[in-house]
Ligand binder design. Structure first.
Ligand SMILES: Cc1cc2nc3c(=O)[nH]c(=O)nc-3n(C[C@H](O)[C@H](O)[C@H](O)COP(=O)(O)OP(=O)(O)OC[C@H]3O[C@@H](n4cnc5c(N)ncnc54)[C@H](O)[C@@H]3O)c2cc1C
Length: 390
């Protein structure tokens, strides 16, 4: 059985009229089109193609892409709102649009040549799903230790290596992929390549069988003498590290949004259930012990939302946001774990079963503390700034 999700309550954080309308259209789509399929997609570990197509049709895959390229001409803040709203219903749907908007489209808009923008942006806005491929077996937190090599050979590069944990990879047609053209130069050799699916020497490998966000694909990529033309270098050769750092700094704000949405969803389920479930002759929501848990959960959700919106607004205004983004992601992923866990408890025994949605949110929450920089790496960033070591 599914309980109601999504809150009509206005968050304390105020939104402009335009943002509120945008938010409510994403909320409606999530409730009407995604919610009925969440459980099956989780069980099967597959995201429905028709929902992905609808996400393109609604403009959710090209929120910040300018209208001249067929996008929505929206804002970064709206991308964060969309990720948050989808995560209330399905954190897998949320990460799909998160990677597309805040990592791939963002990088293409900032570093793409005019030619590359013309070639890819209209497709990214309407039908081309993309991945962001940085991590490898030996380089996760220490991302710049990546071992994938790109040998420069005249007008092209030959790529060899393996990428791991790549979101959207099972369905993606384009991969922003980081390789090192000059390993002896360390991170200053890292270069970002635009790799199209189907190119010789490039294979999407094993798909991971995961604890949570199971409908979002996560795969290995294998590059075996994969020839990539020079025109497919994004930005400058040797400047890929800058693209990686800057996109991830921004992207993690939206992961904070994903975790806030997840926690909000868990809270809504818990509220509905606490009103319905009777013990000792009354709804369990009449017991102060349960009320205090709900109050704690709501406070954590609101605090996370404020941190996330604040970081997004700082970024949008061109102000420093690095510490605030790290705090937002760190706190929101902690919130998601705590709130989803408490939601399972509010449900009692049935919360532990797949008949209700909270066990899935509890599983989904774990990823927030791992991807786009682990919780420890967020704390490293925050501490560096505090101690002026950044
Ligand atoms: C579902 C999923 C989707 C993903 N999607 C993508 C994607 O689309 N693209 C992509 O490039 N990557 C992706 N990743 C990879 C993800 O970003 C990495 O897993 C993450 O950065 C952590 O790296 P790691 O797994 O190698 O862990 P490690 O770096 O080995 O970390 C292991 C533990 O050690 C701790 N640790 C490491 N270094 C330090 C330190 N200096 N100080 C304190 N603690 C430290 C970490 O906090 C962690 O607890 C995804 C991963 C998953 C699981």
């Amino acid at each position: 059985m599914e309980t109601a999700v999504g809150s009509e309550n206005t968050p304390l954080t105020s939104l402009s009229e335009e943002d509120r309308l945008f938010q409510s259209s994403v909320r409606q789509f999530a409730r009407e089109q995604i919610a009925p399929h969440v459980r099956t997609m989780d069980e099967q570990g597959v995201f429905r193609k028709d929902i992905l197509r609808q996400m393109f049709e609604l403009g959710l895959m090209g929120i910040e892409i300018p209208e001249e390229y067929g996008g929505q001409g929206g804002t970064f803040f709206q991308a964060v709102l969309a990720v948050e709203e989808l995560a209330v219903v399905d954190p897998s749907a949320a990460v799909i649009i998160d990677v597309q908007n805040t990592l791939v489209n963002n990088a293409m808009l900032r570093w793409g040549s005019t030619e590359q923008k013309k070639r890819y942006l209209p497709r990214l806005a309407t039908e081309l799903l993309a991945s962001y491929a940085l991590s490898e077996a030996g380089s996760g937190s220490d991302a710049f230790a990546l071992a994938t090599k790109a040998d420069e050979q005249g007008d092209h590069f030959v790529l060899n290596g393996r990428k791991l944990w790549i979101t959207n990879a099972a369905e993606a047609g384009l991969f922003l992929l980081f390789a090192n053209v000059k390993p002896e130069a360390g991170y200053k050799g890292i270069t970002c390549f635009l790799v199209e699916r189907g190119v010789e020497g490039f294979v999407v490998g094993k798909k991971e069988d995961k604890l949570g966000i199971r409908a979002s694909s996560t795969c290995e990529l294998v590059l075996d003498n994969c020839k990539i033309p020079r025109e497919n270098v994004l930005g400058e050769v040797g400047k890929g590290y800058k693209i990686a750092i800057e996109t991830l700094n921004e992207g993690r704000i939206a992961i904070g949004g994903q975790m806030t949405g997840l926690a909000h969803g868990a809270l809504q389920h818990a509220l509905s259930y606490a009103r319905e479930r009777k013990q000792f002759g009354k709804p369990i929501s009449d017991f102060q012990g349960v009320q205090f848990e709900l109050a704690e959960m709501a406070t954590l959700v609101e605090a996370s939302r404020l941190l996330v919106y604040n970081a997004a607004r700082l970024k949008e205004r061109g102000l420093p946001f690095l510490t605030e983004a790290a705090m937002a992601k760190y706190f929101a992923s902690q919130t998601a774990e705590t709130v989803a866990s408490k939601a399972v408890e509010v449900f009692g025994g049935v919360g532990f079963t797949k008949d209700y949605p909270v066990e899935k949110l509890y599983r989904d929450a774990k990823i927030g503390r791992i991807y786009e920089g682990t919780s420890n790496m967020q704390r490293v960033t925050i501490a560096k700034q505090l101690l002026n070591k950044g």
